[in-house]
Write a protein of this length. Structure first.
Length: 290
């Protein structure tokens, strides 16, 4: 069995714990999550997989159970311990009895304040986590008795980093402000060069800031954010969806981007862009009939 992001909505809503971080961490962290698969794995003893499409940022994976298999694009990794997972590619995680995962989904990791790391160098595989998070903190998270306790530990940990280092690196402030602006205003047509002028830096410098903090170029990061927002609304509320809202200049422009984004060769028997567009087309036919 394969569960697919944007399509099997109930699975991702009901079989995962998910909660936002403390308010002052929302610039950096999208959410904390943890699997709750006990009942599902009893019903499916052979296991199942969860397939997700590209995203901005990255995820810190903390393994609370037995070894699991993670696929990044077309490469599979047998994971016995914890990992740093870039989210710029499609991924698929294979779940079996005994698996339990806790994750932190980042836009920008606060660890960049205290550790000299260029996230553009971490784009192709799944990497050891210990370099990017103190082992003592990972151990404390694993020993915690509940999801809520793990969140409290990590909120405190990342808040302490921000308190100590906040304001020490202009790149983080600039990138986080641009991401917040584009997300809240659905502004995906302002050229990157205009943002660079606003911050009195060169476009090349802004590209470097994005790659260092998010692993993606500024253009790629904003385009991924754009199509994910559009697909999320199209999946959840097709009756309210308009491609113009996300800056697409016509239907074919949106369809081309949608098809590129949802392309994943391992998805079983499904052309996801066609399924979503069918919902959208049904809405348009209904409106024309009125």
């Amino acid at each position: 069995m394969q569960h697919i992001e944007f399509f099997h909505i109930n699975h991702f809503e009901n079989n995962y714990h998910r909660i936002k971080p403390a308010k002052d961490l929302e610039v950096f962290i999208d959410f904390f999550w943890e699997t709750k698969f006990d009942d599902l794995l009893k019903e499916n003893p052979k296991g199942f997989s969860d397939a997700l499409f590209p995203n901005i940022g990255y995820t810190y994976l903390i393994n609370l159970g037995t070894p699991f298999i993670m696929q990044v694009d077309d490469k599979k990794f047998s994971m016995k311990t914890d990992g740093f997972l870039p989210r710029n590619k499609a991924i698929e995680c294979y779940h079996r009895q005994g698996n339990k995962l806790f994750g932190i989904k980042f836009k920008i990791s606060p660890i960049i304040f205290k550790t000299k790391v260029n996230f553009a160098e971490y784009r192709e595989y799944i990497y050891p986590l210990s370099y990017l998070m103190e082992q003592a903190v990972i151990d404390k998270v694993k020993k915690a008795a509940s999801f809520e306790e793990r969140i409290n530990i990590l909120n405190t940990y990342f808040q302490s980093i921000i308190k100590t280092y906040s304001g020490s690196w202009e790149a983080i402030r600039i990138v986080s402000e641009i991401l917040q602006h584009c997300d809240s205003k659905n502004d995906f047509i302002t050229p990157v060069e205009e943002f660079a002028v606003q911050y009195k830096i060169s476009a090349r410098t802004l590209h470097r800031y994005f790659e260092t903090t998010t692993s993606l170029s500024s253009k790629k990061a904003l385009q991924v954010l754009r199509i994910r927002k559009a697909v999320q609304q199209l999946a959840n509320s097709p009756e309210d969806f308009t491609y113009e809202k996300y800056g697409y200049y016509d239907y074919s422009h949106f369809c081309k981007h949608l098809k590129q984004f949802l392309r994943k060769d391992t998805i079983v028997g499904l052309k996801p862009h066609l399924q979503l567009l069918q919902k959208f087309n049904q809405k348009n036919i209904s409106q024309q009939a009125k």
